[in-house]
Design a protein around this ligand. Sequence first.
Ligand SMILES: Cc1ncc(COP(=O)(O)O)c(C=O)c1O
Length: 462
Amino acid sequence: MSASLNAAVATATTTAVDPACAEPLAVLGRDVTVPLVTGGEVSYAALDYAASAPALQRVWDDVAAYAPYYGSVHRGAGYLSQLSTDLFEQSRVTVAEFLDCRPTDQVVFTRSTTDSLNLLAAVLPADCQVFVFETEHHASLLPWVDAQVTYLNAPRTPAEAVATLERALADRDPYGPALVCVTGASNVTGELWPVKELAAAAHAHGARIVLDAAQLAPHHPVSVQELDVDWVAFSGHKLYAPFGSGVLAGRADWLQQAQPYLAGGGASRKVARREDGGVDVEWHTTAARHEAGSPNVIGVYSIASACKALTEAGFENLVARERHLIAKVRKGLAEVPAVRILSLFGDDAPRVGVISFVVDGWNSSHFAAALSAEYGIGVRDGLFCAHPLVRTLLGSEPQAQGECGAPEAAPGERSLNAIRVSFGAGTPDEHVERFVRAVKELVADGAKWQYRTEEGRCVPAV
Ligand SMILES: Cc1ncc(COP(=O)(O)O)c(C=O)c1O
């Protein structure tokens, strides 16, 4: 890397991270104001981190410092190509360190967690059995539909999760390959899953395990070696690096025994015409095998930058601060009898800053629209791409959403959708305090504005 880039990146590194972490980490958008339907403007409270977290200022600064030096990677002969290749490959090392990978693991850069899990599904050995809880995000639930997949019922305790998996694995063909897919932290309840225990159960029965860390990695340290998982997947945009890249890291053997996920340049080492007119291809046996095409250098570099920023901020600080925010939100919601928080494992379960709830008598889309339009708070409503789990937690059948003016769930009745508030390293106290106050006011006084349904969603009537 050139001296000036080094200096620029070093400046970005030293200015943006708050090592004490008593304050939130600096993120983009913290000064953005949005209009309220009731008049005036307010600073935007981004409380939808579980969908996409704002970019860390540090990540933005690192990317901006690198951008003038951007060049094609891997085969470019020019100086900037070499510099970019260096940065790209160094990012792999940074991610491997962040995940505490085994020395033999490979880090494959993908587009997202969804892409990573689909890649793993594409390289499963023949006749591989897959075990997945019905509680998973669709990204973990669906890529295996063409394999012999067993969907496990929602457990009500972490111990029940382990026992359910043990029972399912005990019944399987012990000689065939098998894969367990499990989330580290639920995108609906925020609850942590007993990953280490599930990995031990999987391995005891000769199965492998992939950790969906999309919601875990932004909030908690993830150690592949400590958890003893075989693969881990996560997305840059949930890790404060929204530039379109993701990661699949883990054991090389299944990855390297399979055909490339995408065929093309970058994945192939040698290509030659055969005498019979066909083409012989020698594929790479490194991560490049599954990275055909020109890679997203900025996306990859931004992930490495985020990994460094979070590590330097210290996960112990980030976790402590997030616990404080979680306690504030849960305490505030508990003071509103009409609110029911969705949970599989109960109040005492360890969790990240992801909380879903329903409000008696309110259509969730209406409630979320009022939080946005009247308080400048961005949350999410719906089933959060985890339809089986949310329906289990709501106890409701799939149905069309009701009109927003007429609550779909009268007091005491079941809601069909939920509201999710989620936050993380960049969230100031004021955002969660405003959220709690807004929930209390909306429940006590109702919405101040009129809303109508547009394409199935509630929007302010004017
Ligand atoms: C637990 C979990 N897994 C996977 C995904 C999919 O992530 P992406 O959309 O980045 O592929 C999400 C996204 O919300 C998620 O919450």
